[in-house]
Structure formats: structure tokens, C-alpha cells
Write a protein that binds this ligand. Structure first.
Ligand code: PLP
Length: 397
């Protein structure tokens, strides 16, 4: 006899919904933002370079460039890599659409590589099979917060003289062979959306060791203009030039102040999410009906997401039914992601279709992201485990 599921009219495991991700903002964060609001600079002021310096130092990169969101960071990184129409950009199928969209913005063609079935990270063998004379850039996505196999990826991109961009939007705080995320690729991009490792409302950053590329990207975020408002004010000058066309992708001082304050929490928040992951791992190792993604031994996982794959062969329900049943129990599960090549836009404009990335497609039918954020309590994690057990037992064959 198992408990009646909430979806069938039973009592839910929780009285209120536990979301899959949530920001954490302290009084200190609020004070930092308040100080900026009373200062002379709401945007393009001293907080921008202060945030960039702190971020570069945290990630071990020489340069960091702040932009208005993670998508702008990808766009700027691809501009920094000098992508042009006609170029191919290899992107894993299992990612957020923005990883590929940014290549489209510059007239390039996203080419989708398949992923490893256990980690859902880009599969170096599939990547190699996609290389042509047109390939210019490879995007590695640190899916769920686990850094990719950068040793294998760099061996390929260095041999072929390609630029390696890490979409590290999930992975701030992670490491690969003890080196921090942000210093593992030619360019690394980050997002500060409220569900990501740190929050500035909207916000993004690119890190690189190449000062010329950093200068190019700073121009790109400011219309393509050579100097910004503050630099001109400091010099008492009015003259500026626009050597290339760019965008307004600036991050405000208000947001940068929040970012500086949030960044100090990354080590503690990462540790907390790792502890929650350990609790999930321990419970799920003996539970039937699901399997967590695997973690390589040479990384520390930042656990932006905790993703499991359902054992559909052992269940009498599909992923969507399990999803609905868990939501009814007030567990805010989610799905990351629909493989990008299956979106109507890519099918229509780039001729992508089912069968191109079979591993990602098969995984998509099985994945669920469970609640995971630093301020979750042990009891919250316990509720998730209880609900998984309840729902999977009900639907087990
Ligand atoms: C969130 C995210 C982005 C986009 O970031 P925004 O700040 O929302 O624009 C890009 N790539 C990945 C993998 C992401 O998770």
C-alpha cells in the first residue's frame, strides 16, 4: 500500500511549492545597492570595473567584461572570437537556446554536437565528427554546473586553431583539475539571472586572458564606441569614434554593486549546494526508477542544477506524467532542456531534425531537474526525496 498521490487527490508532500532555483539577497547586498543609488554614478561608473576586477580575480582570468545578461555575454564572446557569416559554430544539443542563438546573431551557422549519455556534456567524439573547414568556434556548455572535459576539448581546438568558448552560465564556483571555471577556455561566459549561481537581476560577464579581445568586447557592449562616458568625463574630452557597430549591452553600477556583494558568497553557496547534492546522491543510490547524472572525478561540480534521468523501462508513466505528479506534491521540478536542434526555428532555418543528436534526444525524454539552491534546508531536500520515493513507487512496474 502506498500513499495516495496528490495528483489523485491525496495530501501533497509539501504545503507550498519548493522552486527549483531561487536567489538569495542579504541586508549587505541591499546596503551596497543603496549606496550606489545615492552616488553620482548609476551606470558606467566605478562599480563596473570594481566588479570586473573582483570577478577576474575570483576566476583566475586576466580580464572580465561585464554585460547586461548571459546572452549578451555569449554574443560579445562570439564577436570577440571574430565570427563572421559563413562560419560554423559547434554547440552541444543539450543547452539553453541562447548558446546557439548568439552564433545566429552574427550570421554564423550553429552545428549541433551530441552529448555524453551519463553527464550530458558535449561529447568530444561527436564534436570531432562535426568539424569542417568552416568551423571557427566550439562552445562547451558546463551543463548543470559540471565543467566539461577541457583537456580533451582543448586538444581538439588547439590542433585545429579554433576558439573555445565556455558557456559557464551554470558553473561559477566549479573547477576542472583544480583550475577555476572562467580560466578553462579562451573565453568564458556567465549569467547573473536570479536562478543562476549569483544574481544581479539581469547580468552577465565574459572572462578571457586576452586583453585585446577584452577591449574589443568592451567596445561592443557600448555601441562599438572607443571610449565610455566616464572615461571621457575623466579626461574632460568629448571626442569619440565608432570603428565598428555594437550594442548597448552595459551593466549598471546598481547591478555591479549587487554582483560584487553576491560574489563573496560563491564559495559558501557552492559548498552548500554540493552538500545538498550529496544528500540526494545518498538517497537516490538505492531508489528504483531514477539515476542521477554522473560526475567525473577531476572536477568540482557547481550544482546549478541537480538532474536525474528516469528509468522509463521500469516505470508505467512517462516523464511528463512524473513531472505533473511531482508538481502536485509541490516539488518544483523542471526540464533542462529541449535539445536546441528540435526547436521550430532551427528546424525551419537550419534543417535540423530528430536523429541528429540521438543521445541528447533520448536523454530529453528522461530528464528532470530537482530543486537546488543554496538556501534550501535539509528538510526541503528531505521533502524532495520523500516525493520522489512516493511518486516513483506508485508508478513502478
Ligand atoms: C541562463 C543561460 C544563458 C543565458 O543567460 P541570460 O542571462 O538569461 O541571458 C545562456 N546559456 C546557459 C547555459 C544558461 O543557463
Amino acid at each position: 500500500m502506498t500513499a495516495r498521490l496528490a495528483i489523485d487527490g491525496g495530501t501533497p508532500v509539501r504545503a507550498t511549492l519548493l522552486p527549483y532555483g531561487r536567489q538569495s539577497v542579504s541586508d549587505e547586498d541591499i546596503r551596497a545597492v543603496n549606496d550606489v543609488l545615492r552616488s553620482d554614478w548609476l551606470t558606467t561608473g566605478p562599480k563596473v570595473s570594481q566588479f570586473e576586477k573582483a570577478f577576474a580575480s575570483f576566476t583566475g582570468a586576466k580580464e572580465a567584461v561585464a554585460v547586461s545578461n548571459g546572452t549578451a555575454a555569449l554574443h560579445a564572446a562570439m564577436y570577440g572570437a571574430q565570427i563572421r557569416p559563413g562560419d560554423d559554430v559547434i554547440v552541444p544539443a543539450m543547452t539553453f537556446a541562447a548558446s546557439a542563438n548568439a552564433a545566429v546573431y552574427l550570421g554564423a551557422t550553429p552545428v549541433f554536437a551530441d552529448v555524453d549519455s551519463e553527464t550530458l556534456l558535449i561529447d568530444p567524439k561527436s564534436l570531432e565528427s562535426r568539424l569542417t573547414k568552416k568551423t571557427k568556434v566550439v562552445v562547451a556548455v558546463d551543463y548543470a554546473g559540471q565543467p566539461c572535459d577541457y583537456g580533451a576539448l582543448r586538444a581538439i581546438t588547439e590542433k585545429k586553431k579554433l576558439t573555445l568558448i565556455a558557456d559557464a552560465c551554470h558553473a561559477l564556483g566549479g573547477t576542472y583539475k583544480k583550475k577555476p571555471v572562467g580560466s578553462l577556455a579562451d573565453l568564458s561566459t556567465f549569467s547573473f539571472h536570479p536562478v543562476k549561481p549569483i544574481a544581479t537581476g539581469e547580468g552577465g560577464m565574459i572572462t578571457t586572458d586576452d586583453p585585446d579581445v577584452a577591449t574589443r568586447m568592451r567596445r561592443f557592449r557600448n555601441h562599438g564606441i572607443t571610449t565610455d562616458h566616464r572615461e571621457r568625463q575623466e579626461k574632460g574630452a568629448w571626442f569619440y569614434e565608432m570603428p565598428d557597430v555594437g550594442y548597448n549591452y552595459r551593466l549598471t553600477d546598481i547591478q555591479c554593486a549587487l554582483g560584487i556583494s553576491q560574489l563573496t558568497n560563491v564559495p559558501a553557496w557552492t559548498k552548500r549546494r554540493q552538500a545538498l547534492a550529496k544528500k540526494y546522491d545518498a538517497a537516490f543510490s538505492s531508489m528504483k526508477g531514477l539515476k542521477p547524472l554522473s560526475v567525473r572525478s577531476d572536477v568540482t561540480h557547481a550544482y546549478h542544477l541537480y538532474v536525474i534521468q528516469l528509468d522509463l523501462e521500469g516505470l508505467s508513466a512517462d516523464r511528463n506524467q512524473i513531472f505533473q505528479a511531482l508538481r502536485a506534491e509541490n516539488i518544483g521540478v523542471n526540464v533542462h532542456y529541449i535539445p536546441v536542434h528540435l526547436h521550430p526555428y532551427y528546424r525551419k532555418n537550419f534543417g535540423t531534425k530528430e536523429g541528429m543528436c540521438p543521445v541528447a534526444e533520448k536523454a530529453f525524454e528522461r530528464i528532470l531537474s530537482l530543486p537546488m539552491f543554496a538556501t534550501m534546508t535539509d528538510d526541503d531536500a528531505g521533502d524532495v526525496i520523500t516525493a520522489m520515493e512516493k511518486v516513483l513507487t506508485h508508478y513502478s512496474r
